[in-house]
Design a protein around this ligand. Structure first.
Ligand SMILES: Cc1ncc(COP(=O)(O)O)c(C=O)c1O
Length: 432
């Protein structure tokens, strides 16, 4: 518009406000003066509509483990796009990606596809109910398994609630479901054992993020869940949407040495394109074999874009890069370096910082509490200071989710990490 003094970004934001309620794609949004429209991404950086460059620690909330527009993923997608973008029918990239995942993941005898992490956890729970003939799901306070109704129960630890309360975190959930979801604190094996002792014969699944957000499992916790599940005929489901192909080639189950019955994958397995999978025991997954319908128990699992060849081609390219020697050593070393750097920056700035997480996924928490095991312990975190710190970082050109996780990719350089630590120090000083 001639004479329009607004920046390109401001006018796009105004259009977004009109066309998209909330002017957001999901839950990620920033304060008014920091809101961004991303125009492009390359390697570890993104550029906004006004031309400002950021070192990107969002990485699209995790999928971009090789960074933006990795040349091998771009080439694989271009090649597949010329052959067609979707068939609905079985296709070669989907089969090859399935073989690769089954080979890498300890618990995987086979897999079935979906398109998003939410669909994968939703379907894994359905399969578990079908396999056991039971209704209840046990999951952990403060865990996140996506957008579906069961997943949206007690995703946060809210002050003043009991740790075993099942609370709908979103309006509009099916009310009946609250009776079917049991909530227990993460890392509290005694509480799980107590609940299982009372209701074990009704529990279809225990669903857990083996690394809950950035909280590591205490020694023996995952092993305990495994033993309780086996002992009571419960399907143990690891939600590896974040940890899969990120904290190790074989995911958290390889790193922590505990195998679930089913595991859910998304994010990294698509290299930035939508695809997800439920991997695990063949006897459970075969409940989704359509050829069974009519005679034996059959559990519906599918979707228009399920096992999409473009996404599978991107995922294959991504995993083939990750498979190369040194990838996980590099991701872990960078994660450790950033965690240590953030804690030291906090110390120098006079702010109590603990950078929790595993390998290339982390979150710097501002708290004096050195014993954070569960969502409940996060009550001690100074949330306001953390949000302010994140906003300081964004102003300085480092894009991250305020109060959320930071993701590192193989495209991040040592210099990126150094600059981040230096900006983190200035930002901690600013919020001290
Ligand atoms: C552990 C975990 N499970 C499931 C999901 C849902 O995945 P999606 O957003 O692809 O539906 C997420 C998303 O962040 C996640 O972090």
């Amino acid at each position: 518009m001639p004479g329009d003094a607004r920046t390109a970004q401001a006018s796009l934001l105004e259009r977004a406000e009109k066309a998209i309620p909330g002017a957001a794609l999901g839950v990620f949004s920033l304060p008014e003066k920091q809101r961004v429209i991303i125009e492009s991404g390359r390697g570890s950086e993104v550029v906004d509509a006004d031309g400002k460059t950021y070192v990107d620690y969002l990485l699209s909330s995790g999928p971009l483990i090789l960074g933006h527009a990795h040349p091998e993923i771009v080439a694989a997608v271009q090649k597949q796009a010329a052959l067609g973008s979707t068939y609905y029918a079985l296709n070669r990239p989907a089969i090859e990606l399935a073989e690769l995942i089954v080979d890498a993941v300890p618990c995987a005898e086979a897999l079935r596809y979906q398109s998003t992490g939410s669909e994968a956890t939703f379907s894994a729970l359905r399969l578990a109910r079908a396999a056991t003939g039971r209704k209840l799901v046990l999951k952990f306070e403060g865990s996140f398994h996506g957008s579906h109704d069961v997943a949206q129960m007690t995703t946060a630890r809210m002050m003043g609630r009991n740790s075993n309360e099942t609370v709908a975190e979103s309006a509009g959930l099916a009310e009946l479901l609250a009776d079917e979801v049991l909530i227990v604190p993460f890392n509290d094996l005694e509480a799980v054992a107590h609940t299982v002792a009372q209701r074990g014969s009704e529990i279809a699944a225990i669903m857990v993020e083996p690394l809950q957000r950035v909280l590591r499992p205490m020694p023996g916790f995952l092993e305990g869940l495994r033993a309780l599940s086996t002992g009571h005929g419960i399907v143990l489901i690891f939600d590896e949407v974040v940890t899969g192909f990120r904290v190790a080639w074989g995911g958290a189950q390889e790193l922590y040495g505990v195998e679930p019955d089913l595991a859910c994958y998304a994010k990294a397995i698509g290299g930035g394109y939508p695809i997800s999978a439920i991997a695990g025991r063949r006897d459970i997954l075969k409940l989704a074999d359509k050829r069974r319908s009519g005679s034996e128990p059959y559990s519906y699992l599918g979707g228009t874009l399920t096992g999409n060849p473009l996404s599978a081609a991107a995922g294959l390219a991504c995993l083939n890069v990750l498979k190369r020697p040194g990838s996980y050593e590099r991701l872990r070393a960078m994660g450790d370096r950033l965690r240590k750097g953030l804690e030291e920056a906090g110390l120098r700035a006079g702010v109590a910082v603990q950078a929790l997480g595993e390998g290339p996924v982390l979150s710097p928490l501002i708290t004096e509490n050195r014993d954070i095991r569960s969502a409940r312990d996060l009550d001690t975190v100074n949330k306001k200071a953390m949000l302010n710190w994140a906003h300081e970082m964004i102003d300085r050109g480092f894009l991250l989710t305020p109060g959320g996780k930071m993701y590192i990719s193989l495209a991040h350089t040592d210099e990126d990490i150094e600059r981040t630590v230096s900006a983190a120090y200035d930002s901690f000083r600013a919020v001290r």
